[in-house]
Design a protein around this ligand. Sequence first.
Ligand code: URA
Length: 430
Amino acid sequence: MLFLDLIAKKRDGGRHTPAELELVARGAAKGTVPDYQLSAWLMAALCRGMDEGETVALTKAMAASGEKLGLGAVKRPKADKHSTGGVGDGISLALAPLAAACGLAVPMMSGRGLGHTGGTLDKLEAIEGFKVRLELPEIRAQVAKLGFSLFGQTGTLAPADRTLYALRDATATVPARPLIVASILSKKAAEELDALVLDVKVGSGAIFRDAASARSLAKALVKTAKGLGIPTVAVLTAMEQPLGRYVGNALEVRQAVEILRGDETASDYLECLLALGGWMLKLGGISKTPKAGAELMRSKIKDGSGLALFRECVKAQAGSVAAIDDLSLLPKAKASRSVKATSSGVVSALDARKVGHAAVLLGAGRAFKDQELDYGAGLELLKKVGDRVAKGDTLAILHAADEVKLGLGEREYRDALKISPAPRSRNPSS
Ligand code: URA
């Protein structure tokens, strides 16, 4: 069958056979189908959808397009967490070393930014020198030695996803349930896990904004993962406003390091991190309950072992440890701007999707395939939902390469923000 016929079949609402989906996965993995045809097929798949059988077949074909990690010699339980994508969601950076400090082996194959959401690989590359493209023997050696590694798809590891992921990002074909399931689980299948925790985001900044769609994505992910023999739980977490205090690549490295140093300012980030970590430790058999797992993980922040392991990982993957020890050495954008409140009141909304778009406009995300990122670009969010503000207060600090980008980012950020009148004090004499 010609790939052209396959595109036409999906365009017209046809149902693919497993053999046809193997053609898609193989064509993407080996580069034998041009990007424009793969992109056309992705759009047809998004518009026409795929049923459960097609989703499973695509996931299996994409998983089979590459090699398995082969971590049989690692004795610790192998566990991972994967998020469906959010804004300010750099949790993996802190979670992987903490889970390793608790006794899990975490072979974390991650992705780049998708649409308005950030990606772990882009954040890691904000650390000067950090190598996310590792060969299989390097990953095996590092997981055996440190208990974790953070790396990306390669020509041999989930290669079909590497191509399709980048095309989806540049063709507005991210929000398709079967494509998300196949993308995430083809990576996780290569890791041969004992436990997988899926962080399914819900809210304005999530791929699916409404709870019903997020729940149905979670169900599809868990069902398909179980079919692949991966013990999995999905946790629905809020993505109405960005997570934590920073959005942008170097800024989110800062956030992760601050958390690992014991700074609890970003309480929403810490809460989400511990909830997911607790489930990883429960499912991986280290803790009896998710709550006990969360407590164990918190103890690894307190005793500094999570931070020590993160430093080791940065060193092992050729990144600048100096930038972890002294965060002022992380990349900085050329220009910055403080955004001030034009009225007093309480922040009642900070739309995560719009903040994610602002980050892209500032240079922290991609508008087209292979676009270079400005690692220092992004937003420092000084005020979040529920915070009181007075006219003239600094709400956020934006970072970008020039004033034009700062202007575009500011407009989008202001559009994301809502300040409502503060409720009157109940006790007028106080
Ligand atoms: N993460 C992935 O790896 N793939 C998706 O499609 C979405 C989030």
